[in-house]
Design a protein around this ligand. Structure first.
Ligand SMILES: [Zn+2]
Length: 232
């Protein structure tokens, strides 16, 4: 990508503002200046370019059904990154707005007894002060229960790691909180996660849930590294 000197300066300015945690009016996605508005960070054009997509349905062990909202690219990617690494929970509200219709259509189709989310490790929670998946559920204004916990801090799964290895890394990384352990029998559970790569994390969570007699496990992912096969 060719960047003019002017664009490079704009990016430098944007980075500087990032460091200072100040909202600026350079769009995180297209890097253009835009009129400062309530949501800050990402311009309306980029936000409106995010749309629900269709993905090839690869079956995941222990998971009865799942839905991926869109591709991990462009403005959606920038917002997911910002939500994780900046203290900017407002991205949860924007993401919530964007996925709302798609999410509730899936909820309606699977009709879960319990809605929950993939937990981050205690270390990351302490670093950020929040769980990005929980913030998205809050933004969606749906009743949920925090039934899962991470029992060990596995290092972040980077893209280069093979599927088999990812499975090993996440094996035993999750458990169900004590207070929920005996109340899950025959329940159907929908778990929300921001990104799906190989499905190793989701499969491991589903395995733990089914070990506790959960009847159906569903997942809703905000974004996938996989290439979409079409638009919804
Ligand atoms: Zn933009």
């Amino acid at each position: 990508m060719y960047l003019s000197r002017f664009q490079l300066i704009k990016i430098q300015i944007a980075k500087l503002f990032d460091k200072l945690y100040l909202p600026d009016n350079v769009c995180l996605s297209c890097k253009n200046y835009f009129k400062p508005s309530f949501q800050g960070y990402v311009c309306d054009d980029c936000i409106s370019s995010i749309s629900p997509k269709i993905f090839e349905k690869e079956p995941f062990d222990y998971i009865d059904d799942y839905r991926i909202f869109s591709s991990y690219e462009g403005a959606l990617k920038e917002m997911i990154i910002a939500l994780k690494f900046k203290k900017a929970s407002l991205f949860a509200n924007i993401i919530g707005d964007i996925v709302e219709n798609d999410f509730f259509a899936f909820v309606k189709s699977v009709n879960p007894d319990i809605v929950t989310y993939v937990p981050v490790s205690f270390f990351r929670f302490w670093q950020r002060g929040y769980n990005q998946n929980e913030l998205i559920l809050k933004a969606l204004n749906i009743r949920y229960k925090s039934i899962l916990k991470r029992v060990r801090h596995s290092k972040a799964l980077s893209l280069g790691i093979e599927k088999v290895q990812r499975k090993k890394i996440v094996f035993g990384a999750f458990n169900i909180k004590q207070e929920f352990k005996f109340g899950l029998e025959d329940k159907s559970i929908l778990v929300v996660d921001d990104i799906v790569t190989t499905g190793a994390t989701a499969t491991e969570i589903a395995r733990i849930l089914k070990l506790h007699a959960v009847s159906k496990v569903y997942f809703y992912f905000i974004a996938s590294h996989k290439r979409a096969v079409g638009m919804l």
